[in-house]
Write a protein that binds this ligand. Structure first.
Ligand code: PMP
Length: 329
């Protein structure tokens, strides 16, 4: 919803019959805090709203069709990590789905930094969403004249520290990563049902994450993370063409590999290569870099996070705390 008037969002327009006071508001206005931020402020199209009042139209095609794009961004120690890269990817996603982001990159940067400031956090997670905007019930995006920009700041702890010390267990799921010719995983779109289906399978199998293959049976990625294996001192990750997102954390691993003089190679591989790998880890903004110690019931290496993974995690943490776009100065 393009919000020029805060009252549009403040009061859900429901028609109440005089005799029926029990009809609930269309949108729950007594939400428990979901951002983890006390008195959170959420940005929608240039204005800030409380969690309870941060609402979009039921006619937004982001809701009706998953038509829109997003980024998950982290900030550490008062600096936004890799902001430029995230905005670059957002603009690429927009271009790919013919969506015009209704502001410049500089304006987006300022809106994002200001939203973090309004939430008084030095460490946290930002969800930046651009929806196609309000249209009618038909799917034609030409109906949607005003894309909406939403910025949510939250506290985050995706995995408990134990997972970083002990490692995750993953399972290969039957749901294949969507074919780039139908819905390209390189576009970070609001249409995540493919990933959600895989996540459900991981839950049913009591695994920590789902390993998704592409139509050729090669490893693509996990539901929200890129996959890496280490064999004989070299690091391998599937190419983007295998059906992986061009992860920002993934790109940081290439940099760290360069610093450590360890080759990081983009190559197609199968789940067999994971079973026989010396080490395995996942990367993602929310997950950061997390070791994998079990795949489809097989222990990877000796079943403990490996030495190269541990070194990469340490270097990554150093980078996240020392670099980034300053928020407060
Ligand atoms: N793959 C998918 C499907 C993702 O949603 C994400 C983002 N969570 C990633 C990989 C990792 O990308 P990034 O490191 O940029 O967060």
């Amino acid at each position: 919803m393009k919000t020029t008037d805060a009252t549009v969002l403040d009061e859900p327009k429901i028609r109440r019959r005089a005799t029926d006071e029990t009809i609930e508001p269309a949108i729950e206005s007594r939400l428990r805090p979901t951002t983890g931020v006390k008195e959170a402020k959420i940005y929608i199209d240039g204005k800030f709203y409380s969690e309870a009042n941060a609402k979009v139209s039921v006619f937004d095609h982001g809701l009706l069709y998953g038509d829109g794009i997003f980024e998950g961004i982290r900030f550490y120690n008062g600096r936004v990590f890799r902001l430029e890269q995230h905005l670059e990817r957002l603009w690429n996603s927009a271009r790919s789905i013919c969506l015009t982001i209704p502001m410049t990159r500089q304006e987006m940067t300022e809106a994002l930094l200001e939203t973090i400031r309004q939430n008084h956090l030095r460490d946290g997670y930002v969800r930046l969403v651009v929806t196609r905007g309000v249209g009618n019930l038909g799917l034609n995006p030409e109906q949607c004249k005003n894309p909406s920009v939403i910025i949510i700041v939250a506290t985050i702890a995706l995995y408990h520290e134990d997972f970083y010390r002990k490692g995750l267990s993953i399972v290969t799921v039957a749901t294949r990563r969507s074919n780039p010719a139908s819905l390209n995983p390189a576009v970070k779109s609001l249409n995540y049902l493919n990933n959600v289906m895989a996540r459900i399978e991981a839950n049913l199998a009591s695994a920590d994450e789902a390993l998704m293959l592409n139509d050729a049976g090669n490893v693509a990625e996990c539901t929200a993370d890129n996959v890496f294996i280490i064999k004989h001192g070299q690091i391998f990750t599937p190419p983007i063409t295998a059906g992986a997102l061009q992860g920002i954390t993934r790109s940081v691993v290439f940099e760290i590999g360069g610093e450590f003089d360890i080759k990081v190679i983009e190559a197609d591989f199968t789940r067999h290569d994971i079973f026989v790998a010396d080490e395995c880890f996942l990367t993602g903004t929310a997950a950061e870099i997390v070791p994998v110690v079990k795949a489809d019931g097989r222990l990877i290496g000796n079943g403990k996070p490996g030495p190269i993974t541990t070194r990469i995690i340490a270097r990554f943490r150093e980078m996240t705390h020392k670099t980034g776009t300053p928020i407060f100065d």
